[in-house]
Design a protein around this ligand. Structure first.
Ligand code: PMV
Length: 312
């Protein structure tokens, strides 16, 4: 069996995070300037499965890991889905430019890339839908109750309008989007934040449902603006979405500062993206203002920033 290499991009959520877990729509786009790559090579002198994670400095044999470990779980899920009794000895080398615990799709990229890599190595030609289902099963292990938006946008690598348990609607953008992503440098575990929002929802369903309904409307309006390329409208809606997330306690002073800095430097709009309480702020900017916005967000306290172009 020859070596096989597969990759998957990062992503950002432009509208609807958290509300999407409760059945409201959300919009996400792939970030193709960051990605995770997994190379699978046959192991001829060993009967084991060897995992090398270049970024995390991990050097492991799968046989020595607990069944609960994400690598064991991912391989077990892939094996079951492909109806295999065992996997051949192999080495998986994982490398990534997607920041971890920052809301940019690192765990979804892992789920998609490992499914692509192992199925491809073994000669399976999975349809995108089949691959997405396996990646979703792996995501459930990492996230608890994921909506499925992350693995779907990463798997299809296209802008999507998404509702839980429905096939994605592929958005045709009226104009390309220039995004500036500012990493707060504060790690946040989406799984924990989602559990906390569930508690808030149990305690005060009227308030949280009101925010979700508002976010749902914002997302539907944003879909139209994205399709016709109304960039100022999209920006305004991003700010409104940010305000709703803030009301639910998902923002931080630094995230608000980054949003404000982006607006003052000329962004159309900005909001926290993903789970919140850390991670990234995404700003939509006129292309000629991208460097000014990036600089302003760094000065406002971002640990790092990048520009990402979303083509039509
Ligand atoms: O993985 P993150 O941090 O980008 O967040 C995913 C978005 C949530 O709506 C918070 C969770 C989900 O499963 O949709």
């Amino acid at each position: 069996m020859p070596a096989f290499s597969a990759s998957a991009p990062g992503k950002t959520i432009l509208f609807g995070e958290h509300a999407v877990v409760y059945g409201y729509p959300a919009i996400a786009v792939p970030l193709t300037n960051i990605s995770m790559k997994i190379i699978v090579q046959p192991l001829l002198d060993n009967e084991k499965i060897h995992i090398v994670n270049v970024n995390l400095g991990e050097n492991l044999f799968i046989e020595e890991l607990e069944a609960e470990n994400i690598y064991s779980y991912a391989l077990e899920t892939i094996m079951q889905s492909l109806k295999l009794n065992r996997l051949p000895p192999m080495q998986l080398t994982i490398s990534s430019t997607i920041p971890v615990a920052a809301g940019l799709g690192s765990s979804a990229a892992f789920a998609v890339a490992i499914t692509r890599a192992i199925s491809g190595f073994l000669g399976f030609k999975l349809k995108a839908e089949e691959l997405n289902q396996i990646a979703y099963a792996i995501e459930k292990k990492q996230h608890g109750t994921p909506s499925g938006i992350d693995n779907t946008v990463v798997c299809y690598q296209k802008p999507i309008y998404f509702k839980k348990n429905l096939p994605p609607f592929f958005l045709k953008l009226g104009k390309p989007l220039t995004l500036v992503l500012a990493n707060s440098g504060i790690d946040s575990l989406t799984k924990e934040v989602v559990i906390d929002i569930k508690k808030k929802h149990d305690d005060d369903p009227l308030f949280i449902d009101h925010q979700f309904a508002r976010i749902g409307n914002i997302t539907d309006e944003a879909k139209i603006c994205l399709e016709v390329g109304k960039l100022q409208g999209i920006g305004k809606l991003m700010l409104e979405n940010h305000r709703c997330l803030k009301k639910m306690g998902l923002s931080l002073e630094l995230l608000d500062d980054l949003v404000n800095a982006a607006i003052e430097a000329g962004a159309y709009g900005a909001k926290l993206c993903g789970g919140g309480r850390g991670g990234n702020v995404v700003a939509l900017v006129p292309p000629d203002k991208s460097q000014a916005v990036l600089q302003a967000m760094l000065e406002a306290g971002a640990a790092s920033c990048m520009v990402s172009l979303i083509k039509c």
